[in-house]
Unconditional design. Structure first.
Length: 488
């Protein structure tokens, strides 16, 4: 296909050239009705391109012609058989994929390091999860994606499972052996879903980890707004093979998605695909070279260690890693990642990606250059120089991996919608959680509805919040009390 085309962007340009007058939503009517104070911040271009997808961008009688062409171009660019645009983020896309594979009361094998959006999908659908444990590094207190052997064992124990879902890359940039997991699934005629939200860029450079479609996955969900040039909430899910029907996947997306999709987001997806198809190799040549240089310079700073393949990859760990996720261990500074990230934001106006009890991370993309890299390095040098100002004896009580895993005592859906009560955290030991408790970012629940809480996990969350951890989905975000199922 002609990858120089951008159907959505071209249709928007045509819409503007025609000078059309809308008597439809959106009510701002091409910025005319928007508050001048808002226009001063957002600019009129945002409003000018905020049009209806049909009876606006596309004619009512041929709706989807423009979008379908843009999706076909995306599939062609990455080598998938089908691509579907979503304006509701990968949080919706992954739910659509799950519902295309399993339904209420059916089983789906899921890595327990899944994002909270996967848990939300379990709650909404009534799917029964068969959890597969991540590969835990007890020294680094870090979870890597589950192994192929773990998925094999799960299918052996639950042969009626309809399919499997794995998260790869993780927010820490570590990747599964997707080809081996796909082989485990396909021997049983079961599809593999890959939540590849952090890997939209992977198809466009051989120096990056293998992307899910090339590894044989059936459905792959990508967040173009994370590592690509898409606008926030821009997501694409890709499909290949015959284990999941395209009409089924599209119908599940239609069930969950908005009836008022954002043309702005469609345009961002369309333009990013053209950018990558035409220039992706060169852009990521430069990005990977920059990442190598940044990693070396951070590693040279006293008290900082940049995690690389020696730390993250190998037997019992990840199969591969994305070097653009620069994960920095700061235990040598005598503080937590939460405190360090807050200090860097306050003192240097930089916003880091993941921070946890001992690490901070910087996400690099094709948009970064020597100037942004120098801004990061200057801030980190200053962090090291001021280490005495934020040293802390306050520690997060992180239990060993064996005590982080909780028993799934009820289905997530049953627990979430059951009769609940709020109890002090000290009294929640042994109770069944009725809410997600998710340190964010990266958004992987420490406890989810239906799991039986333990004092180890409760103490981890409570000490984490005191140290700067954010748990935004809890009813009580300070985790001084917890929502649990009532005991009958």
């Amino acid at each position: 296909m002609d990858q120089s085309k951008a159907p959505v962007l071209e249709a928007l340009a045509d819409y503007h050239a025609q000078g059309q007058t809308p008597f439809t939503p959106p009510g701002h009517k091409q910025a005319r009705g928007a508050d001048p104070r808002v226009r001063a911040v957002l600019g009129d271009a945002v409003y000018h391109s905020d049009v209806l997808a049909t009876s606006g961008l596309d004619d009512r009688t041929s709706s989807h012609g423009i979008l379908r062409e843009a999706e076909e171009l995306m599939a062609d660019a990455v080598g998938a058989e089908h691509a579907f645009f979503s304006t509701c983020g990968s949080s919706l896309s992954v739910k659509s994929a799950m519902l295309s594979v399993a339904g209420p009361h059916e089983k789906l094998i899921v890595g327990r390091d899944a994002h909270k959006s996967v848990v939300a999908g379990l709650i909404l659908s009534g799917i029964e999860p068969v959890w597969v444990d991540p590969q835990w590094d007890p020294q680094l207190h870090l979870a890597h994606p589950p192994s192929p052997e773990a998925f094999e064992a799960a299918f052996e124990a639950e042969p009626e499972a309809r399919g499997a879902l794995v998260t790869s890359p993780t927010p820490y940039g570590t990747c599964s052996d997707l080809a081996a997991i796909a082989e485990v699934c396909h021997r049983r005629g079961a599809p593999l879903i890959v939540d590849e939200a952090w890997g939209a860029h992977l198809p466009f450079h051989p120096g990056l980890p293998t992307w899910a479609m090339d590894a044989g996955a059936d459905v792959c969900v990508t967040s173009v707004h994370k590592m690509g040039s898409g606008i926030e909430q821009g997501s694409v899910f890709h499909l290949q093979g015959d284990l999941v029907k395209p009409e089924v996947l599209r119908s599940r997306e239609d069930l969950l998605g908005t009836t008022s999709p954002s043309v702005l987001i469609y345009a961002g997806l369309d333009g990013w695909r053209r950018q990558m198809a035409q220039h992706g190799r060169k852009l990521y040549d430069d990005a990977l070279a920059l990442a190598r240089a940044v990693r070396e310079r951070i590693e040279a700073l006293d008290g900082l260690h940049v995690h690389g393949r020696d730390d993250f990859c190998g037997p019992g760990r990840a199969s591969d890693m994305d070097p653009l996720q620069v994960i920095v261990d700061i235990t040598g500074l005598g503080t937590t990642g939460y405190r360090a990230a807050d200090w860097l934001r306050e003192q240097h106006r930089i916003n880091l990606h993941v921070s946890d009890h001992r690490r901070i991370s910087a996400q690099l993309t094709h948009a970064d250059d020597k100037d942004t890299a120098e801004t990061l390095l200057t801030a980190l040098r200053d962090l090291v120089a001021h280490r005495d100002e934020f040293r802390t004896q306050q520690r997060v009580s992180v239990p060993p991996p064996s005590r982080l895993r909780l028993e799934q005592a009820r289905l997530p859906r049953d627990a979430f919608f059951g009769r609940t009560e709020q109890v002090p955290w000290e009294k929640a030991d042994g109770r069944i959680a009725a809410e997600m408790l998710t340190p964010y970012p990266p958004g992987i629940p420490a406890a989810l509805p239906g799991e039986r809480l333990t004092m180890d996990v409760l103490t981890y969350l409570r000490t984490g919040v005191d140290a700067g951890m954010v748990v935004p989905d809890a009813v009580d975000t300070e985790v001084k009390s917890v929502r649990v199922l009532r005991e009958e």
